[in-house]
Write a protein that binds this ligand. Structure first.
Ligand code: DCP
Ligand code: MG
Length: 419
């Protein structure tokens, strides 16, 4: 006999909330920030790029005293007058209609859209707006992963209202709050995981909101070219095409064992999972480094034999700094490596993996020294670096290793080798 309904907990009371991950990407980011300064360019084809700050300065000095928003449109530099080897960082949507876009040479773009207005890049301004829009998001939804200047992942799952209308309501609120605070628009994709959310945010750009549910895989994801998977680059795409695989749906039908044979164990297995829309990566609020490293470029090229003492002191100092960084950040690492750049700018790396993770300077120095012996030391060197990877938290917890850390350049290592 069935138990009375009242003693059974209702499904909604016991089941975990549906996982809803958002990917947010700002629309024509650099260009949109420039349009805040120069609203008279709204709706016009504008490209950002080149190293022509001087032209902008000239424009400003010609109109000294005039508010930026009142500089006549006719006064702005045009793409057709550009000569040089600069490339476009981004273009307004009006300019994209002419086929110009990120990474295209300015001279080529000038042929496609000579009348486009050309503005120089101002990274500082973009970073300022980047910080602003991210602060708006974390006020509303605290679990946010920073993925660079204009994009983030946000975990909607536990946010109040994050489940409403499959995440659409919260996405709308975030879009509006960012616009109110900055005047900038963005596009948001909401899906069961990062992989699908990243694809979804592109669906309705600009100012778009797109929701992809697990059951939409076949209809919305499988018709897309494999290249739309974040992690399938041009090389993998070519290789897939050579196997007759063009769409994600075609990829999904292939036997995983076959994919492993063609693409290798880890990438082949990942391709299969990606094609089936599976991805368990968490939204990581604080970046966890993959490795910690220090490197220094010498003021003059050094030779391993002739400058042995000087090089040795710098090497020890770098190891000390890496060990100190590890301790300060609470990590130990198993893979110890070195990086050398020769006087002809060729770079090499050597590393070795220890039995046990360490943050001990002597252990690091010894292992790095062994790596150095495996390198060609007959040429003069212009850069030396020491790196500790395969990190684990010193307290035993496991870090997420989906992100990379840029080596810290250490100009003082040469100046104060014994400091
Ligand atoms: N960027 C760059 N060089 C590239 C690509 C991009 O300098 N090859 C910069 C300029 C962009 C910013 O990064 O404004 C963000 O890149 P996106 O790919 O998100 O491009 P946009 O935000 O400009 O446009 P979209 O609306 O398509 O996101
Ligand atoms: Mg963008």
């Amino acid at each position: 006999m069935l138990a009375p309904a009242c003693v059974l907990p209702s499904v909604s009371a016991t089941s975990a909330p549906v996982r809803r991950i958002a990917h947010l990407d700002m629309d024509a980011f650099y260009a949109s920030v420039e349009l805040l300064r120069y609203p008279q360019l709204q709706g016009l084809p504008v490209v950002i790029g080149g190293a022509r700050r001087r032209d902008d300065d000239a424009l400003l000095s010609r109109h000294a005293g005039l508010p930026l928003a009142e500089i006549p449109v006719a006064e702005f530099p045009r793409l057709k007058d550009y000569a040089g080897r600069g490339v476009i960082t981004t273009a307004t949507y009006a300019a994209r209609q002419f086929g110009v876009g990120s990474a295209m040479g300015l001279m080529k773009a000038a042929r496609l859209c000579p009348q486009a207005i050309l503005l120089p890049v101002d990274f500082e301004e973009y970073r300022k707006y980047s910080r602003r829009f991210k602060a708006v998001i974390t006020e509303i939804a605290p679990v946010m992963e920073d993925r660079g200047v204009d994009e983030v992942y946000i975990d909607f799952t536990e946010v109040p209202g994050g489940q409403r209308d499959a995440g659409r309501s919260l996405a709308r609120l975030i879009q509006k709050s960012i616009f109110d605070a900055t005047g900038l628009s963005c596009s948001i994709g909401v899906a069961p995981n990062k992989l699908l959310a990243k694809m979804a945010s592109e669906f309705n750009k600009p100012k778009g909101i797109s929701v992809v549910l697990a059951e939409d895989l076949q209809a919305l994801i499988w018709p897309l070219p494999c290249r739309k998977i974040n992690g399938v680059g041009p090389k993998a795409e070519e290789k897939l095409k050579a196997q007759g695989i063009y769409t994600i749906g075609e990829l999904a039908t292939r036997d995983p064992a076959w994919l492993v044979k063609i693409f290798g164990r880890s990438y082949g297995a990942w391709l299969h999972e990606a094609a089936w829309g599976r991805d368990n990566r968490p939204v990581v609020t604080e970046s966890e480094p993959v490795s910690i490293s220090r490197e220094t470029t010498f003021e003059r090229d050094l030779h391993a034999v002739r400058d042995k003492a000087e090089l040795g002191a710098i090497f020890t100092r770098l190891c000390e700094r890496v060990a100190a960084d590890l301790r300060a950040k609470g990590y130990v690492g198993r893979t110890i490596g070195i990086k050398l750049r020769y006087d002809d700018f060729r770079s090499i790396t050597r590393d070795q993996t220890l039995e046990q993770a360490t943050a001990d300077v002597r252990t690091i120095r010894r292992a790095a020294g062994q790596c150095l012996q495996r390198a060609d030391l007959t040429r003069r060197l212009r850069l030396l670096g020491v790196r500790v990877g395969a990190l684990a938290r010193a307290d035993g917890s496991t870090p997420d290793t989906s992100r990379k850390e840029i080596p810290r350049h250490d100009p003082t290592a040469l100046l104060f080798p014994d400091a």
